[in-house]
Ligand binder design. Structure first.
Ligand SMILES: *Cc1c(COP(=O)(O)O)cnc(C)c1O
Length: 359
């Protein structure tokens, strides 16, 4: 499919103060969009000026939440080029999420080309300061006008880009986490393994209540027994127990994070013992009592690593590593961000560079 390009005639001012970027509030001059119709397939791929979508109020996404999305980042490299990190894995994961929600897949190489052409056009929007990046949000929604409660027959895939600030201004700051025992984010057989908006909607109430109690995130337990650790906020969770790196094994209740996978690959390459398995909360508390729980941290694209300084399970509260970032979390943060910014060798083949296209 040939991607047509309509450039904006009213370019916006590119932010000059990177310390004011924040997250997800400013968008670049252009977006990519392609449409799908049952029987016809994907059609009319185009890069257009960033603009509002026009949806019929009966559009299925608005009623039944048939939607999936991705989150990735583009980096300003020291050599002036734009770097990407494992974007094709995001594209593959979007397709997996699409299959789970009865939406059509979109060719991975095509998603990659669409993104690269969009980034080539909005090159100047990738922020330059340390720790900043251009956040990428590919999204697929059900479109059309049909209140029938079944999978739609029309879809839209689009990519928008948002310059975003350094996540932590003063180094990695540990957060306090409440272990959630009232609500569940996902259940066996549900959609927890798909990156779909409804999972986020399902999590907000617990987050609001935790925040009112002074905690910044939720530690989610399995929805059935509320015994086993699954994720933290919208991140995967890892622990260092007796020198081993321990994380929940993937199943249909846990989102297969690309940051998670990257850290596990790096850990194995370093000869660290890695365990992907069920983790009972009681084990964490016992390991802590024995002095064996030395680190806990969330992993995800937005912050890369978020150290956990405190866990609260009802009134049982424990402090981890003196509320400081631990050496293993710091090491993975430093090494992974250096690979992402192409400042270190990339033995894994994770990084690519946006080409310069001729128009
Ligand atoms: C996106 C997401 C993650 C992290 O995935 P990354 O690919 O590492 O960014 C983890 N958990 C949930 C629920 C998510 O939505």
């Amino acid at each position: 499919m040939k991607i047509s390009v309509t450039k904006t005639t009213t370019p916006k001012a590119i932010p000059t103060d990177d310390s004011q970027l924040g997250f997800g509030q400013i968008f670049t001059d252009h977006m990519f969009i392609v449409e799908y119709e049952a029987g016809r397939g994907w059609f009319d791929p185009r890069i257009i000026p960033y603009q509002k979508l026009s949806l019929n109020p009966a559009s299925p996404v608005l009623h039944y939440g048939q939607e999936v999305f991705e989150g990735s980042k583009a980096y300003a490299l020291d050599n002036g080029e734009i770097g990407l990190f494992r974007f094709k894995d995001n594209a593959r994961r979007l397709n997996q999420s699409a299959v789970r929600t009865c939406m059509p897949e979109l060719d991975v190489e095509f998603q990659y080309e669409a993104l690269c052409r969009l980034l080539d056009l909005d090159r100047n929007w990738v922020p330059q300061s340390a720790g900043t990046s251009l956040y990428l949000r590919p999204t697929m929604i059900a479109d059309g006008a049909n209140l029938g409660a079944h999978a739609a027959s029309r879809y839209i895939y689009f990519i928008i880009c948002s310059p975003s600030g350094a996540y932590f201004s003063e180094g990695l700051e540990p957060v306090g986490i409440r272990i959630e025992t009232r609500y569940a984010r996902s259940v066996r057989g549900g959609m927890g393994g798909a990156k779909t908006g409804g999972n986020y909607a399902a999590s907000f109430k617990a987050a609001v209540e935790a925040s009112a109690e002074g905690y910044s995130q939720i530690l989610w337990l399995d929805g059935k027994e509320q015994k086993y650790v699954e994720e933290v906020g919208a991140m995967n969770i890892m622990f260092v127990i007796d020198g081993k790196l321990v994380t929940a094994d993937l199943g249909d209740t846990i989102l297969p994070g690309i940051t998670r996978d990257s850290i596990l690959q790096m850990a194995r390459a370093k000869g660290l013992t890695v365990e992907e398995r069920r983790i009972p909360v009681t084990e964490l508390y016992e390991a802590h009592a024995q002095g064996l729980l030395t680190e806990a941290f969330g992993t995800g694209t937005a912050a890369v690593i978020t150290p956990v300084g405190e866990l609260a399970w009802g009134d049982r509260k424990i402090t981890i590593n003196n509320y400081e970032i631990g050496p293993i979390a710091q090491m993975f943060y430093d090494e992974l961000t250096a690979i992402q910014r192409q400042q270190n060798a990339d033995p894994y083949g994770w990084t690519t560079t946006v080409p310069h296209y001729q128009y």
